[in-house]
Write a protein that binds this ligand. Structure first.
Ligand code: ADP
Length: 499
């Protein structure tokens, strides 16, 4: 079995602890991908010392040159797309069609970042004084701690690290312990593309040790975290106490609304993809379906038939629709919610159990599940399950649908199917989410638009698009006074001041 290493101080190195963990395939737990380092605090410390040297060099590399390296990174990911997609499916389970999409997102993010190297705009604005210039420009910040989850093993690290690197920062990367192989391939590619070695550090290990050490390290001023709400709270408390710049992206309880006038076939495809794609393990997954009275019964019965016909299996097999959950703990969590939903009086229409059959015995599979007669306020309607479980709520009016959409603590994405342009625009205005889709499912963000949510989904920052570059850089203002005399801001420029 292959033993993998960290990448610290410009070298592939064994962890200081001498300990490793097995990375297994969630579709077949007898398939061990390799042994990965269970690193300790000392590894993080070495990574920080090296990254500080890397940062000193990288910050002075012109941004267009940094962009050129990221363009080469994009080219190399294109070349290795199939290999990465296969490795990703093997270690986290989603079907190859989806992991190819994950890799494509990384490619798109690389090319977008590459061009940003020739922008990174500041502003030049008129000064309130004569013979004086005023302008702002962007500077790198330092070492960024990058902590990522299992569900988008390539895309999410690229969303964070490409802008961080483009802005001139160094990165310490801790991938989720479920997907260390994709993280390793990614770092290999960064190095092959010519990134100076000390600019990137890869430290494998568990969140409570390596992640915590990164978050608590005083020389890491920037932390970007995507993961569960519980962990995000711990990370947020520490960063708040230490005055760190922090981007949090956490849970969702996303709803698809289907109104009576909708194109129901389109809405059907949307909800199947939104609810059961990635086995429901997306922060943008559709976990609530809000159906208007008039279409409710027909839509639901068709949906149940379609959900029952989804093929569960190994994501590396050609006709698999839905892969396994990431772990046994994830499956047990989903099962607890099945019990809760039934105890609260919701109707379990399909799924709700582990599939039977030899091909499922060694994986964490779970059947696509639909609960009907779900009331707003039930726990299955309020809490993120992160599995293939859809709760269906019946409403009479669009206003009721909007209220229910907004009645949760999360606010990542929402979707509405309607042909009424007035209602569509009202939805954009009134749904409390970072993203609203009209006539499209709750999943499917594009790399060049800001991604993130409101309320307890995040802390106000966005990933992707143009906004993320603000997060990874510091704004500096420069004033140049060429008047040759003392001009006093806020004193000399009130109306009526003589020249
Ligand atoms: P998920 O349930 O999606 O795996 P987690 O929040 O458990 O979400 O994990 C997301 C990332 O956060 C992983 O890389 C994990 O190792 C890391 N992590 C877990 N606990 C901590 C912690 N206390 N401090 C920092 N990072 C952590």
């Amino acid at each position: 079995m292959k033993t993998f290493r960290n990448f610290i101080a410009g070298q592939w190195t064994a962890p200081s602890t001498g300990e490793y963990f097995d990375n297994v395939n969630p579709a077949d737990t007898s398939d061990v991908i390799g042994r990965f380092p269970l690193s300790g605090e000392a590894d993080v410390q070495r990574a920080v010392e090296s990254a500080a040297r890397g940062f000193e060099r990288w910050r002075h590399t012109p941004a267009p040159e940094r962009g050129d390296i990221l363009r080469r990174v994009g080219d190399l990911i294109v070349q290795r797309k199939e290999e990465i997609a296969d490795a990703m499916t093997r270690e986290m389970g989603k079907p190859l069609t989806e992991t190819r999409g994950d890799v494509q997102e990384g490619i798109d993010t690389a090319y977008y970042a590459a061009t940003e190297g020739r922008r990174l705009f500041g502003h030049t604005v008129p000064s309130e004084m004569r013979q004086k210039w005023a302008m702002s420009f962007r500077r790198p910040i330092g070492i960024c701690g990058i902590i990522t989850p299992f569900n988008f093993p390539l895309a999410i690290p690229t969303w964070k690290m490409f802008p961080a690197l483009l802005c001139g920062n160094a990165c310490i990367f801790k991938p989720a312990e479920d997907v260390p192989h994709t993280g390793t391939l990614f770092v290999e590619i960064l190095l092959d593309a010519g990134l100076p070695p000390e600019v990137i550090q890869l430290v494998h290990g568990i969140g409570e040790t390596v992640g915590k050490a990164i978050v608590e390290h005083p020389e890491i001023p920037v932390v970007s975290f995507t993961g569960s709400t519980e962990t995000g709270r711990i990370v947020g408390e520490t960063c708040g106490r230490m005055h760190k710049r922090l981007s949090l992206e956490m849970g969702g309880k996303n709803a698809q609304i289907v109104l009576d006038d909708a194109d129901v076939d389109l809405a059907m495809e949307g909800v199947l993809w939104g609810a059961f794609g990635t086995t429901g393990q997306r922060c943008t997954a559709t976990s609530r379906l809000i159906l208007q009275d008039g279409i409710h019964d027909d839509f639901l019965s068709q949906l149940v038939d379609r959900a029952r016909s989804l093929r569960l299996g190994d994501g590396r097999k050609k006709d698999t629709d839905v892969g396994p959950l990431i772990s046994e703990a994830a499956r047990e969590k989903v099962e607890r919610y099945i019990d809760l939903g039934q105890a609260d009086g919701a109707d379990l229409l399909c799924g709700g159990r582990r599939p039977e059959g030899r091909e499922y015995e060694k994986g964490h599979f779970f059947e696509p599940t639909i609960f009907a007669r779900v009331d707003a306020g039930m726990r299955i309607e309020q809490e993120e399950i992160f599995g293939p479980v859809l709760s269906v709520v019946r409403v009479r009016t669009p206003d009721e649908a909007f209220r229910i959409n907004n009645g949760v603590k999360y606010g990542l994405s929402s979707s509405i199917y309607t042909r009424d342009v007035t209602i569509a625009f009202r939805a954009l205005n009134e749904l409390d989410n970072g993203i609203t889709y009209v006539n499209a499912p709750t999943i499917g963000a594009e790399a060049h638009l800001p991604f993130g949510g409101v309320k307890q989904t995040g802390n106000g920052h966005r990933e992707g698009g143009w906004e993320v570059y603000e997060f990874y850089s510091e704004t500096k203002v420069g004033y140049l006074d060429f008047s040759g005399r003392l001009q006093r801001a806020q004193i000399d420029n009130y109306p009526g001041t003589p020249d």
